[in-house]
Design a protein around this ligand. Sequence first.
Ligand code: SF4
Ligand code: SF4
Length: 237
Amino acid sequence: MNGKSKPLDIPKDLPNVIVTGEAMDKELTATVPSALAGSATGMGYTNDCVTLLTMAQYIRNLGYRAYATMNDSALAVPLAVQAGLGEVGRHSLLITPEYGARLRLGKIFTDMPLVHDAPKSFGVKKFCDICNRCARDCPPKAISFAAPSEKTFNRSNLKGVVKWSTDAEKCFKFWTNQNTDCSICIRVCPYNRDYSKWINRAWQKLARGRFRKFALWLDDKFTPRGRTKSGSWWQKK
Ligand code: SF4
Ligand code: SF4
């Protein structure tokens, strides 16, 4: 831990990146922060691993170069935004129309010719402007209540980019103090819903437009966002 990184051994002449996302189990995520909820994160990355290695091998079998990576090599969230998977929320995580922020990202660097996607907006920035629930509920207050800016908190933040940045060092200190990861900001986010249900797809439509305040009120009033005890999860199984 000398603060220095090793040089990347990924070639610099790979022009394309494929970004993947694996959903975390919603019921497990409802128990954050808990050791049990850590398994939702672990399974997300495990599924990521299978998808990435399988896709990378397929691309190599086609005769191209492909390097599968997870939380290393490059920042996943900006690449996911460029790939049109979703938008960045106040908690600085990717929010997708399909799973909210409840997913784990992976990426494949390749020279396989691909048509590039473009960033897509579905109203997250304007919704986060009126919602600060993740900032309010973050125990170590690592999430900003302020508007996006270039402000950095420490060396873990990107410099020179106007965005919502979190104090990742405060966040990680909280994780280490409680001996497990946290993700409260994912649990309490109004976008954390089961979008296989029409009512949640309808909620997202409301949240996209000028009725976003009403959508936030609906979430406050009718969607339980408190922590489910780990014991209740086991009892359901
Ligand atoms: S994971 Fe927990 S501590 Fe970290 S930013 Fe989210 S709510 Fe805060
Ligand atoms: S909790 Fe609210 S402010 Fe935070 S990311 Fe989700 S929608 Fe945005």
